[in-house]
Design a protein around this ligand. Sequence first.
Ligand SMILES: [Fe+2]
Length: 385
Amino acid sequence: MFNYFSNAELIFGNDTSVNAHDQIINILGKNIFVVTDKGLTELGLFEPVVNKLKKNSNIKIFNDVESDPSKNTLLEAYKKASSFKSSGVLGFGGGSSMDVAKLVSLLLGSNQNIDTIWGVNNAKGPRIPLVLIPTTAGTGSEVTPISIITMDDKEKKGVSSKLILPDLAILDPLLTINLPPNITASTGIDAMVHAIEAYTSINPNNNPISKMLSIEALKFLGSSIKTAVFDGHNIIARSNMLFGSMLAGKAFANSPVAAVHALAYPIGGLFNISHGLSNSLVLPSVMKFNSIHKETKKNYANLAPFVFKDLDNSKSDEIVCNNFIDSLESLSKELKLPYRLRDLEIPEKACQLMASEAMKQTRLLVNNPRKIEESDAFNIYKSVW
Ligand SMILES: [Fe+2]
C-alpha cells in the first residue's frame, strides 16, 4: 500500500513563463505577491514575466530572499504580503524563493501560528493560490510539499505538507540558460541526490512511482550535467536538467530523502555553504556508509548505469556499487566542485558540532537505509574534511 500525491498542473517549455500570464492571473487573482531575490532582480530575469502580468493585475515584489532563507525573512514577506492584501503568491527563483513563497501562501490563507507549522503534516491550511517558477534545475521545490527555513539558532526546519504543493508549476528552460557553471553543477548534484535518496529511502511510503521517477530523473541528469555545466547555452542540456530535477522532485515528494540531506543541512546552516554543494560534499561518504547494508548496495548498483551509461554493471553488486560511488566522487571533481570541507574554511573541530546538529534532522534520518548515530555522522564529516 502506498500514497502518491502531486501538484495539480505543470507547464514545461521555452518561454512558457512569459506566455502563461493569463493562466497565472486566473489562478492568482488581481493582487499578485511576487517572492524572489536580489540577484534575479539585478539580472532582470523576471521583468518579462512581471511586465505581462502588470497589464491586468497589481504586482508587489518582495526580493529580499537570501539563500537558506531565515524565519525573519519569511515573517517580513508575510507581513508585506498581508498588507498588500495578496490574492495569490508567485514564487520566482531557486529553492529559497519558492520555499518562502510556499509558506507565505500558507500563512496568509490559514493564519496559523508559525511556531506550529514545522514537521510532517502539521500545517492546517488552507493556503491562498500559489504558482511557482524555478530558475535553477535542482531543488525540485516547484513540485514538492516541502519548504526549508533556517531558524535563529541556525537549525534548519522544514514544513512537509501537501497543502504547499502549488496550483501550477511553470518550467521554462530558458530561465536557466545563464546560470553560472558552479551553480549548475551543485544544483544538478542536489537533484541527483534527490533521486538516489528517494530510490533507497526506507520511508514506509517509498513506492514504485517514485522509484520509476528516480530512474528516469537520473537518466536525464546523468546524460546532461557535464554539457549543462561546460556549455551552458546548450538548451537541450538545460531542458534535460530542468526536466530531470522536476522528476526527482516528484520522486522524493512521496519517498522522502535521508541522511545525505540530514548531514548537508548543518554545513549549510553553520557555514553558509549552498544546499547543492553541501549535498555533493557528503554524498560519497554517506553512500559508502550506507552500502554496508546489503539491500542498499544492490539498490545503488541498480542505479549506477542510469547515471553513468558506460559503467560496467555485469560485475557483482559490490563492485558496481563501489564504482558508482567512485564515479560520483570523480564527477564532482570534474565539475570543479570543492570536495573537502577544509577547502571551504570549515575547521576540523566543527565536525563534532555538525554531527550533533545533524542528529536533530530526525525527519530525514528515519528514512536512511542504515541507522546513523552521532559517532557515525562525526566519522563521515571527518572523512570529508
Ligand atoms: Fe536537496
